[in-house]
Design a protein around this ligand. Structure first.
Ligand code: GFB
Length: 402
């Protein structure tokens, strides 16, 4: 009997907790927006996130914060990592209403987005790789087809009953009255949740949305870990953070430099309309000698301009070759030590680069772009490998800092 009473009380407490969480979360009558960050790795997803945040605000819908999609070697299905593992949720609310996907799905979805009403949005029909699924009579977004599409929605047991094609609407809410068109076509009363097959945003991030980076604050775990590393592993004094993007995927990507005006994040140094020039190979893959020359030049220049806060060490982040040996040898006469994380951690690398006194990144990499935007939001200086072009630099007064 006693046991039954306790069980009853326990169930009551749980119900009370759930209902108070629901009350706290409160349903948004203006509706919600959810999407799969199904393109690329972190840098691409971060670019898309900023655009999606701006889009949700323009439509006046709460943005459901998607988990980050990660790929591990040897695993066939992507892993979904909760948004707040890496970034705080609260600072985003200063800009616009957001809710984590877990909170939305556990506390609100049953009422607001019942299983029978889950519709996937895509621009136009997307064909399935499995031929038998493509039915000319029933065009479909195939929102769960392939990796990471399936694993992403499966994380929250989401299946779609229908597809909606939103063409000719688009996501540029800065240069037209597109938001009003979306609201007219998909009012929140009849469409409480817009669920996009991919991010409702462009890549690279639109210029107007770069400044939203300031609402992305590292989680306590990453703030602590980066501070500890800087304090315990680097010598006292200023340090220069560098990003060396040089893995095999990058070598292949750089081959596209010769036939493009822009590649990935290149507008961050060249300008969105190539105002500051066209692409060239050294921007993508600087040689070892060019890297060492630029490092020495930067360190000397800081010595002259900021004699009270000289660079004492270099922190290297890389997806492949950190060049620790070569760089240590080259910089030893200047009394500079060269460091890297003991274990690979792309997020900790980013958090540390964000805090360095000076930063040299790869203009074409969206991973570098994340660091550049974060530093811009704090007023910290950033530079790029091979920019401006060495021969241009000799003949012009262009300041390297961007
Ligand atoms: O972030 P991301 O889209 O940047 O993809 P890019 C690169 C991934 O490589 C990162 C790892 O998300 C990390 O997982 N990575 C890169 C690093 N740099 C570092 C680093 O310094 N430290 C660590 N630990 N990991 C482009 C994509 O990548 O690559 C394109 O934008 C395409 O879509 C191309 O895939 C080949 O912009 O650099």
């Amino acid at each position: 009997m006693q046991w039954l009473k306790m069980k009853f009380r326990f169930v009551n407490v749980i119900l009370l907790l759930i209902s108070s969480t629901c009350a706290q979360l409160g349903a948004d009558p203006n509706g919600y927006l959810t999407y799969c960050p199904c393109m690329g790795r972190f840098g691409n997803q971060a670019d898309h996130f900023l655009g999606s945040l701006a889009f949700a605000k323009a439509l006046n819908r709460t943005l459901i914060l998607p988990p980050w999609v990660e790929y591990r070697r040897g695993e066939l299905r992507s892993r979904q990592v909760p948004f707040n593992t890496y970034f705080e949720v609260e600072p985003l609310k200063e800009y616009h209403r957001v809710i984590t996907m877990a909170d939305f799905m556990w506390h609100l979805a049953d009422d607001l987005w019942p299983e029978s009403e889950r519709v996937s949005f895509c621009y136009k029909e997307r064909f399935s790789l499995q031929q038998e699924k493509n039915d000319p009579e029933k065009p479909n977004c195939h929102a769960k087809d392939g990796n990471p599409f399936g694993p992403f929605w499966d994380t929250f047991h989401i299946d779609f009953v229908r597809s909606e094609f939103y063409a000719p609407l688009h996501f540029d809410v800065h240069h037209s009255n597109e938001a009003a068109k979306w609201q007219a076509k998909y009012p929140a009363e009849s469409w409480p949740v817009l669920a996009f097959t991919g991010a409702p945003a462009s890549f690279p991030v639109q210029l107007e949305n770069c400044k939203l980076q300031r609402y992305m604050e590292w989680s306590q775990r990453y703030r602590d870990a980066s501070k500890d590393f800087i304090k315990e592993q680097l010598p006292r004094g200023a340090f220069l953070g560098i990003h060396l993007r040089n893995g095999m995927d990058w070598v292949r990507a750089c081959e596209h430099v010769k036939d493009s005006q822009h590649l990935f994040a290149s507008p961050q140094c060249l300008g969105y309309k190539n105002e500051r020039g066209g692409l060239y190979p050294e921007l993508c893959m600087p040689s070892k000698d060019a890297i060492i020359r630029q490092l020495k030049r930067t360190i000397k220049s800081v010595r002259q301009t900021q004699p009270d806060n000289e660079i004492k060490s270099v922190f290297v982040a890389s997806d492949s070759n950190h060049m620790i040996g070569e760089l240590s040898t080259a910089l030893s006469r200047m009394g500079i030590s060269v460091h890297k994380l003991p274990e690979d951690d792309p997020y900790l690398d980013l958090a540390i680069l964000g805090q360095s006194n000076h930063f040299i990144g790869n203009c074409i990499s969206s991973y570098s772009a994340f660091v550049k935007r974060e530093r811009d939001s704090h007023g910290f200086p950033s530079y790029f490998w091979g920019f401006p072009k060495e021969k241009d630099r000799k003949h012009s007064n262009v300041h390297e800092e961007l």
